[in-house]
Structures are given as C-alpha cells and as structure tokens.
Design a protein around this ligand. Structure first.
Ligand code: DQQ
Length: 584
C-alpha cells in the first residue's frame, strides 16, 4: 500500500483508498528530494498548473471533495480558461486527482467557470452553484449536478440547459457579479445564498432566495454593503457555536448560534470577517462590533499573511467547520512559468468562535498528526537575551512546531506609540526580528541556511500601553530569500490576550518548503507566508528558537515533529487511472 498510510485507509471508503494507494510513488520521508522549486509536501496542490480559490468543499457519502479554480493550460491565471479542478480524499490529507468537474464548454460559461460553492440538498443530492463567464463575457450564476449520484467519486457533472439560474441584474456591471456561497435554509423553508456584486458603485453582498433551488429571487436589501471597500468577493456566511468548538451545518440558527460573515476584498487582496447576529426572518446581519463600521477593511483579518478567497464547509464526519484558503505565490510570473505550477491551499483549518464572542480561532485539523514521524522536544528551558537555540534532529523543511514561551517579567516592555495600533503590519516592518526590544522579539527562526544568511522569523513582541500590555505577532520575511523578484512585505497583527495574567504565549508553525503557516495564541492570530530560500535546494534547513529581548525568556515546552509527505494529486505513475487522464 505505497502512497497512503494504513491509518488513513481504515478511515476511507475502500475504492478511494485503492485509488490513492495505487500510486506507485513511494511515500517520501522528508528530504530535499522531489520538492523542487518550493513544491509542498502536505499542502494541497494540483500536479501542475495554476490554482486559486477553493471551491465547493464538501463531505459526501464518506468522501471529502475539494474543487478549486484551476487553469488546465498553464501556470498563470487566465481570465477565459478557468475550470473547476476536482480531488477526493478520505482524510483531508491525502488526495487523489480526478478529471475537472467543470470546464468552460457552454454559452453560459463559455469564458470560464469561476468560483462557487456546493450544497447538499435534502435527500442527499449535492448541487454546485458557480459563476459562469458567459459568451458575452458577463457574469451569471449557474447550477450543476452530478451526472450519476451512485458514482461515489462524483466524477462527472451536468450543467442543465436552463442555466443561468441567476442572470446578470440590470443594476450590476457585467464584470462584478460572482461567487455564490453555500446555500442555507431559512426557517421559512426557503433557500438563501449570498452573491457578491457591485450595485451602483457600492460593494454589496446580495441575498437570493429560492423555494426549489432553481428559481432565485433577489432581496431588496443586501446582507451587507460598503461604499468604501471596492469590490468584495467570495462571501461566506456560516454559523458558529456561542460556546464550544464543534461546528454547525450551514443552515443552523436559533439560540446558542452566532454567525460569521467573511468577505474577500479585491483592493487589499485580504480576507476579513466579523461575528454577528443573522436573523433569517429579515435576512439582516448585525455586527457584534459595530464600532468597526461597514468598511470591511476595518474588520478582523482572517490571516495576516498571504491568503485570499477562503471558504468553509461543515464536516459532518467530525462535526466541525473546516476552512480552506488560497495562498498565492510571492515570486514572479516568470518563476511560476518556469516551475509549471502556481498556488497552494492552506492546510485545512478547524474554525470556531473564541469565548470572547468576537474572534475566530483557527487550528490545523487533527489529521495532520497522521503525518508525524520523528519528534524532538525541549522542556522548561531558557533562551538568554540575544540568544538562538538550534533544534536538531528533525528535518526543518517539513515540520509541525509547537512552542510555549514563558515571560518571567514584563518590566522591560517597550512603550507603544498609539499610532502603531492602526498599522501592526508597518510596526512589524519597523521592528523586525533583528531589532532588539524589551520583551521580544522572541519566537522561531525557520527555513534557515546554516550561515543564517537566509531565514524566516515568526515572533512576538510585547509592548506596554496605558498600564496594559499589547502583544504583536509578526512574520519577518526580510531574509527569507536572497532571490530577486520575491515579494517580502512585513506581516503582523495584535494578539488579543491578557499577557499580564497568563505570562505565557503559544506559537504553532507548520513548515512545508515554501509555506510557513503560523498560529499564535491557540489560533487567534494566523499568518501564512510563502518563502523561497535559495539554499533550500542544496543544504539543510535549520530551525531555532530565538530571543532578541533584553531579559532571558522561558520555553516551558517545545515539540517538533517531522512530517511525512502526503499523497497529494500524484501524477507520473503507471497505475493511477484517474490521474493518467490528466497527463499532457
Ligand atoms: N477568483 C475567481 C472569482 C473570484 C476571484 C476567479 C477571487 O470568481 O471572485 O478565478 O480570487
């Protein structure tokens, strides 16, 4: 059974297990081999070419389906060529590639099958709603159904000829009407979806209602609108528990339920969210933090790094909500073409609402543990001021790192200039890992060359602010690569925790060649970065804890697991018949 761990096979429908396991590609142990040009080992990527937004994730009849914006013809986004790539999995870690689910073939999607969502209808039929770029190059919303629901892999999808089910409204420009959300049922028995549009120059999240999923009527009042934000995309409205971290089906509402509205803002290329109360009698969404206003750019950031167009789904298998997001490349298009691929997905994250009622918590799904191999750890140790401590014994290019820092005293915290509160990203830029502070910077140095000429730092820094303390979390890419044409902005956000009370803070970082995906304070702040170290192809990647503050710092616990390579859309073997069809 090369290619799929036995544990995963036990959890997966047998045919799917065979499909993935039929790959003759051996399960690699972590090494530099086979991961050329930053190709990842356990993040979702198609075998080649361009991918962007996650589309229509769902759990159906014991199998996870993942669709994604895919250009089958090359490594760049191409306005007229987008298809829905399709892969299936038994465990959200190992994936088998199928043929595209949707290609631009008919007048209502002749110029591209753009983003959308999947909904499982009562009776169990899955339905896809997606944006078609029609023959007139206008955006319309289309429906697709599996050709054969008894095919457990749902390989072929039918686009009924009555499409589009939602034509372009007269008050919306032809290029600003897209990205239908997963549908939810109101208590009146009507389906609702959210669709992004620009209406008379205002970025709007429209609600459409339907009794039969075929005929859709637009509500007069949008769910949300913002004059300031420019076009928003990929709306996601989902329920979260007031207490606890289990998930809810998308239609859940009533006592104990809050909702999260996530929007992707084109201007900033960032995802933002707000917790609120959604009333399905009026289709109104009332913000939990009205002081942040309607301008989505003032809402909470889903991830302070380089991710966009996220989408969640309810995983009935494990009663949780799981979120995916696209992490674009940060190097040049010429590099993408040379590599032959572009774009990864973040590792699937479980999401729930923090007990503060405002913050989303995000955490890698527990299945990542099936990839863990070698472990090294530290217990109750100190890192002196200005010191680095190397963690040896694990390959630093495919790892899951968890560390708990202990702050003995806050006396040396630097004073926060209030202007910095508005721009944590800029603050991270001005006070990077190499700028000595009072409490911090302290954290991890990852993907480092032996001489540290190249490295990426993920760190915290504690400031004093009006007799209270503010914790900043940053990813510093300044030295992440010596290559030219790499986008290396500072990334960072403030972490909402009471450091005075806890005197400790946790950091978890997933390292996967060109991905450094970090979760601060139990997933209250996430920062995903793409890195392209030159040394990666030729030497080992080192891993350190560091402290560039003025006092010694405690590390109560540190655990690092080397991660094995998952089977993700492997092509090139002789056996995987579904993969073979995608060979050139
Ligand atoms: N990507 C899709 C659109 C969506 C955008 C096209 C967001 O449907 O608005 O590839 O990245």
């Amino acid at each position: 059974m090369a290619g799929l761990p036995l544990a995963a096979c036990a959890a997966v429908a047998f045919h799917l297990c065979l499909l993935a396991a039929s790959s003759s590609t051996p399960r690699l142990t972590p090494s530099s081999e086979g991961r050329h040009g930053g190709r990842t080992a356990y993040h979702f990527q198609p075998a080649k070419n361009w991918q962007n937004d996650p589309n229509g994730p769902m759990y159906y009849n014991g199998i996870y389906h993942f669709f994604y914006q895919y250009n089958p013809h090359g490594a760049l986004w191409d306005i007229g060529s987008l298809s829905w790539g399709h892969s299936v999995s038994g465990d959200l870690v190992n994936w088998a590639a199928l043929d595209n689910a949707l290609d631009p073939t008919v007048p209502f999607d002749a110029n591209g099958c753009w983003s959308g969502s999947a909904t499982i209808l009562p009776g169990g039929t899955p339905a896809i709603l997606y944006t078609g770029i029609d023959a007139k190059k206008e955006q319309v919303q289309n429906l697709a159904f599996p050709k054969n629901t008894s095919d457990p892999l749902l390989r072929e999808w039918d686009k009924p000829s009555y499409n589009p089910v939602i034509p372009l409204p007269v008050d919306v420009p032809g290029d600003k009407f897209r990205d239908p959300s997963t549908a939810w049922l109101g208590r009146d028995g009507l389906w609702r979806i959210a669709v992004s549009a620009e209406v008379s120059g205002v970025a709007s999240t429209l609600i459409y209602r339907s009794a039969d999923f075929l005929r859709w009527e637009r509500n007069a009042v949008p769910l949300h609108s913002s004059r300031a934000a420019g076009m928003v995309e990929c709306p996601d409205l989902f329920p979260v528990k007031e207490h606890g971290n289990d998930g809810f089906d998308t239609s859940a509402n009533g006592p104990g339920v809050r909702h999260v509205l996530k929007l992707s803002v084109m201007d900033t290329f960032q995802d933002y969210y707000m917790v609120g109360r959604y009333d399905d009698a009026t289709d109104a969404f009332v913000l939990e933090e009205p002081e942040r206003g309607d301008d989505v750019r003032n809402w909470r950031r889903l991830d302070y790094g380089h991710v966009y167009a996220s989408k969640s789904f309810f995983d009935a298998r494990k009663n949780r909500r799981v979120l995916w997001a696209w992490a674009n490349e940060s190097d040049s298009q010429a590099d993408d073409i040379a590599r032959g691929w572009s774009g990864v997905q973040t590792f699937p994250r479980k999401v729930w609402m923090d007990k503060d009622g405002k913050t989303l918590r995000q955490w890698p799904i527990e299945e990542i543990e099936t990839l863990r191999t070698k472990r090294v750890g530290l217990q109750r140790t100190e890192v002196n001021a200005g010191a680095l401590k190397e963690i040896v014994g694990v390959a630093g290019s495919q790892a899951d790192v968890k560390v708990v820092f202990k702050i003995p005293s806050l006396a040396e915290a630097e004073t926060l200039d209030p202007n910095w509160l508005l721009d944590p990203q800029k603050l991270c830029g001005e006070k990077g890992a190499s700028v000595q502070g009072g409490i911090g910077p302290f954290g991890l140095i990852v993907m480092a060359s032996g001489d540290l000429q190249e490295h990426t730092a993920v760190f915290f820094r504690v400031f004093k602010h009006h007799e209270k303390y503010k914790v900043l979390m940053c990813t510093d890419l300044t030295r992440s690569s010596t290559r030219a044409r790499v986008y290396k902005p500072p990334y960072g956000g403030f972490v909402d925790i009471d450091i005075e009370e806890h005197r400790s803070i946790k950091l978890r970082t997933l390292i996967d060649h060109s991905v450094v995906e970090s979760f601060g304070a139990g997933g209250r702040v996430c920062i995903t970065a793409r890195v392209y170290p030159e040394h990666a192809a030729t030497s080992n990647r080192h891993l350190f804890v560091f402290n560039n503050g003025t006092d010694a710092l405690g590390v109560s616990k540190l655990e690092v697991w080397e991660l094995a390579t998952a089977t993700v859309n492997i092509v090139g073997d002789g056996d995987c018949k579904y993969c073979r069809r995608r060979r050139p």
